[in-house]
Design a protein around this ligand. Structure first.
Ligand SMILES: [Zn+2]
Length: 374
């Protein structure tokens, strides 16, 4: 494949993703706004024929508190910072999605799954933090196992793509993910300001640089080369990395005078990817659209209109994370003399030349997923 590609992934998490930073009471508007934002985002995806990956916190699959209680891991991460663990919140949850729209979302998942081309993926069961002190990869293994069990029960297949909460991962966690059926994850952009680390080590300085980077060219967005027969780095010979290029930062009233710069940044990255056969991977959270919905939708529509122009001019494609992995895998199988595979600098234990296996027990990657409400 030698065309530019747009990959979109959304971290669908509701309160599970922000509970250590914000209470339901002070983030209520954003969280309730997700229920309006998702249908609108899906409408734009339909109009522009966008295939997207929805990395979903496993607890959101549950119909009720009793179903969630029936799917708790026996090994729960013992984070040194106790506040990070979601398990102490569970007694206070409402009974179901109707009574607690902040922690349950089967109806939203059903809406997503009905739209052609959407992939339901994983954001772990519990919004798990791989680099936080006190957790253990064995805890992570059980977390992912239950996420897969819930997916199998609700969707009828196992999940293939994984987005690590707070983008925290390490080689042992990637091995665990592969062992639990994941064939692709979203890595971090290459710049120092995006390197993965525990929450407490993420300084204000780094966060400020990331904010400025959304508006001004502090660093070039990380685009992946698709023009070679092997496009993507693999880690430990097992799991593909489709690294993020850019976080779609929500509209900010404080920075509204810089909106044109933000649009320009996104356009330039898309145009560069299209004209040089690279992958532009854009990501955000639906709760980022929970307020200022129309302004955020306008930004998304602008991006998708730029994508349409690139599709016409350069044949740019929209693909999901699992599709990129499947195409890469088949491209590698069909290549007699594969090119050397690049490795991530921070992940040094790559073993080269190992056959990439498809994740087990999967249905056709191009078929839209099915949700059952039972
Ligand atoms: Zn998250």
């Amino acid at each position: 494949m030698n065309t530019g590609t747009l990959v979109i992934s959304l971290d669908f998490e509701l309160h599970w993703g922000v509970r250590d930073k914000r209470s339901v009471a002070n983030y209520r508007q954003h969280l309730l706004g997700v229920r309006e934002a998702i249908p609108q985002i899906l409408k734009l995806f339909r109009q522009h024929e966008i295939r997207a990956t929805w990395a979903t916190v496993g607890f959101l699959f549950c119909e009720s508190k009793s179903e969630l209680l029936a799917h708790l891991p026996s090994r729960q991460p013992q984070y040194t910072n106790h506040h990070l663990s979601p398990y102490s919140d569970i007694p206070q949850l409402g009974e179901d999605e109707q009574h607690d729209p902040y922690h349950f979302a089967p109806s939203l998942l059903e809406q997503i799954a009905k739209v052609p081309g959407q992939e339901i993926a994983s954001h772990t069961l519990s919004h798990y933090y791989c680099l936080e002190e006190g957790q253990h990869p064995e805890d992570f293994a059980e977390d992912l196992e239950i996420a897969q069990t819930l997916a199998q029960k609700k969707l009828g297949y196992r999940l293939k793509s994984l987005v690590f909460p707070r983008n925290q991962y390490s080689p042992p966690h990637l091995q665990v993910a592969y062992a639990h059926g994941f064939c692709v994850f979203r890595g971090n952009p290459s710049s120092w300001m995006y390197h993965t680390r525990a929450n407490a080590d993420d300084s204000r300085f780094r966060r400020a640089f990331r904010l400025i980077d959304s508006y001004l060219p502090v660093h070039q967005p990380s685009l992946m080369d698709t023009s070679r027969s092997v496009w993507l780095p693999k880690v430990n010979g097992s799991i593909y990395n489709v690294p993020a290029s850019t976080f779609l930062r929500p509209y900010s009233r404080r920075l509204r005078r810089l909106e044109d710069y933000r649009y320009q940044r996104l356009d330039t990255a898309m145009q560069t990817a299209a004209s040089s056969q690279q992958i532009f991977h854009l990501w955000w959270h639906p709760h980022n659209f929970g307020i200022n919905l129309q302004k955020n939708l306008r930004a998304l529509e602008h991006i998708l209109t730029t994508f349409d122009a690139m599709r016409t001019q350069y044949g740019m494609k929209s693909l999901r994370m699992d599709e990129i992995a499947a195409l890469t895998s088949s491209s590698q199988r069909n290549t007699l003399n594969p090119l050397p595979v690049t490795t991530l600098k921070s992940e040094t234990t790559t073993q080269r030349g190992i056959t990439i296996l498809p994740a087990g027990g999967q249905t056709d990657t191009l078929n839209p997923p099915r949700v059952t409400t039972a």
